[in-house]
Design a protein around this ligand. Structure first.
Ligand code: PLP
Length: 468
């Protein structure tokens, strides 16, 4: 039985039409549609009615038309918020898979905006007029940059590995070192992918040591190919052995077997001078005679999500003809962004133009100076009881590339006697744009290496709000 304040509350609730007459709501109907707004009004009014009937006094006070109008507007706005948002990456992890890996170059972004709203020649031969093959779109560019006979593009590197194995080794054996039977996260495990492709795994060697002879003695009539896998985010140290690429190539060549290399990251420039050692160069593998390589487009290459299969025309063409190719094909936007990214390698401007490479090559001094200036600005705006300190630390490449490489950096450590670090982290995550930071040894840390200079003002505002 409702008491009198509940009765009053229920009587206050306006009709749908009354809300539709409010000026701000009229504007919403004009910008969206009557159906969209009415559905939200009905939902809201039902909720208010149930709330009042349940005796919650909070609802009674919001039942007047003015409050409902504001509430409705907020809800309509939140209904249209995108779920995919730009964020500020304060973690210092350059290829952060959870944060979408590689941010694209200016040229790649321009390509996206010029292509996205138009028809394109995605599968149309402008010379002859008539149909062409999209899987040849970047063939010329990739040939020039990689030095391969041909190359094609699929959805990601996981798909590339799967397609290659399914095409070349289904019903046959693939020789892989036990030291390379890796999992790279996101449930991509070499033995599982191999099994799903229809090939049989022929493991050789041991976890820590595999010799060329181990490969040699496993070769038999059932062998389809030798697979070498970049160990990605894992390193073996100590009593270990992995044959040189040339030794395996020699074996494969003598047995007339193709050798396939899953290179993971797709590193196309020597990053040794910046502390990234041990990252195999794609061009080197191809020049050495590996018949087929595959790698990601959005790791060290610095482009959009894609998998690139490159090598001999004989083998790549077989992959192209696999009917499964259709299930992994990529969209015009990916081709556009990838082509623009590859162009930076052609012109020799990759280190300057591709964000991932620029972040890797940023000098520690530069980050220290930026961090000092930023800390000074921040101190002027944060309340007492809060401090920001500069400490030495390291950024990491991420994305399964060079796990043992640590790029020296400066970190902003946020210290507060009022908020715990995980509370600061959560508040920053709730900002617009969200700021993602690093929690380490019970400290909230920001690495400006992965924050673009043009994001610094947004970061500062976010920090001030979150720490208030
Ligand atoms: C990252 C990686 C893959 C998967 O690549 P995606 O583009 O993420 O699908 C496969 N193999 C290796 C060795 C890798 O490092």
């Amino acid at each position: 039985m409702a008491d009198s304040s509940q009765q009053d509350g229920l009587r206050l609730i306006p009709a749908v039409d009354q809300l539709l007459l409010r000026p701000r709501i009229v504007d919403w109907v004009r910008r969206t549609s009557r159906g969209f707004v009415v559905a939200e009004i009905q939902l809201l009014l039902r909720e208010v009615r149930t709330g009042i009937q349940s005796g919650d006094p909070g609802w009674t006070s919001t039942a007047d038309i003015g409050s409902l109008e504001s509430l409705l507007e907020a809800r309509l706005e939140s209904r249209l918020l995108p779920t995919l948002l730009p964020v500020i990456n304060g973690t210092g992890v350059i290829l952060h898979t959870n944060l979408g890996r590689a941010p694209l170059s200016q040229a790649a972004q321009r390509s996206l905006s010029s292509l996205s709203g138009q028809y394109t020649n995605l599968e149309y031969d402008l010379g002859r007029g008539g149909r062409s093959q999209r899987d040849r779109l970047l063939e010329q560019s990739l040939k020039e940059v990689l030095g391969c006979e041909t190359a094609t593009v699929v959805n990601n590197n996981a798909a590339a590995v799967y397609l290659v194995l399914n095409t070349l080794a289904r019903g046959k054996e693939v020789i892989v070192s036990r030291g390379e039977l890796i999992e790279i996260g996101g449930s991509f495990r070499i033995p599982d992918i191999l099994a799903l492709s229809g090939a049989t795994l022929r493991e050789v060697g041991t976890t820590n040591k595999t010799r060329a002879e181990d490969y040699a003695s496993a070769i038999g009539p059932e062998t389809a190919l030798i697979l070498r896998v970049h160990p990605s985010n894992y390193r073996m140290v100590g009593f270990t052995h992995r044959p040189e690429l040339s030794e395996i190539l020699e074996l494969a060549w003598r047995a007339r077997l193709p050798m396939v290399e899953d290179l993971g990251s797709g590193c196309l420039v020597d990053l040794g001078p910046y502390g990234i050692t041990n990252e195999p160069l794609v061009q080197k593998s191809i020049a050495a005679g590996v018949e087929l390589v595959c790698f990601s487009g959005d790791k060290l290459l610095g482009g959009p999500q894609a998998g690139i299969i490159a090598g001999s025309a004989r083998l790549v063409d077989q992959v192209r003809q696999n009917p499964l190719m259709r299930t992994y094909r990529v969209d015009k936007l990916i081709y556009g962004a990838l082509e623009a990214t590859i162009a930076s390698y052609k012109t020799g401007r990759a280190l300057e133009e591709i964000p991932v490479l620029r972040l890797i090559s940023t000098k520690a001094d530069e980050i220290r100076d930026r961090s000092r200036r930023f800390a000074r600005r921040l101190r002027l705006r944060i309340p007492s009881g809060l401090d920001v300190k500069l400490i030495q630390g390291s950024s990491v490449v991420g994305g399964g590339s060079c796990p043992e490489c640590h790029l020296p950096t400066s970190l902003l450590a946020l210290e507060s006697d009022r908020h715990r670090p995980n509370r600061i982290e959560a508040r920053l995550r709730a900002q617009n744009p969200p700021v993602i930071l690093r929690l380490e040894e019970d400290r909230a840390l920001i690495d400006l290496r992965t924050v673009f200079p043009e994001q610094e003002n947004g970061l500062l505002d976010g920090l001030v709000k979150a720490l208030a």
